[in-house]
Ligand binder design. Sequence first.
Ligand SMILES: [Zn+2]
Length: 268
Amino acid sequence: MLNKMKKNSHINFALCMVILCFITSACQQKEKSVATPELEKPEVSLPTWINKDYVMGNFEPKSHENFQLIDTKYADREGLYLRKETLEDFIKMWGAAKTDGVNLIIKSATRNFDYQKGIWERKWTGQTELSDGTKASDEADSKKRALKILLYSSMPGTSRHHWGTDIDLNNFNNSYFEAGVGLKVYEWLKEHAASFGFCQPYTDKSGGRSGYEEEKWHWSYMPLSKDLTQFCKQQLTNEDIIGFQGSEVAISVDMLSNYVLGIAPDCL
Ligand SMILES: [Zn+2]
């Protein structure tokens, strides 16, 4: 009898230990799961100069301390601006291209919100024709009208041209880059632009990329634009896109996912 009681108390003791271990380990696990999110920090910390007004082009490049006027040696007209870092590396790329017999000419650089609003609204109202010679204003349905403009033009507040990191080079037609001098330019850029920090965000869409059609003329300065893209992914919403005719469509076309983030993987 005494032996049996002893045996039972041993079993009880063992059971208590198992339960205690279980509780302790559960507590430890709970502590771990609380601590994990702090340790992981899933969102990359971004430079402090990047904010919503900046990415949406709500500033004047000519009076911004980090922007510089582009010498007409590199552009087809006066009054174009880029961020200093972008321009510095573009000039290096321009020189290397020149040595290889390739002439790079900037046709468009920084365009702020107001400038982009002008482009967008002239297309929206039919004052400017679309690249296929039709007028967007002939389309009564506002979503369809926006989608036509969005083949090649951004809504104000969503253009990479706001950032001072993106440039349009040589010609606004893909066909120019598919033969002769233009083909030589494009092949040079594809081979060398990345070593100067530039990538082509709007490549052909065969890989399933959403958004704008292919633009062989548009190049982006990655060392800065990758953080700006990341900021948009983290903080910009379709509801932020307001202040121009047709802005109500931003939500239904999902400007953020389909267009702002609809770029080639090389630019991410
Ligand atoms: Zn462009």
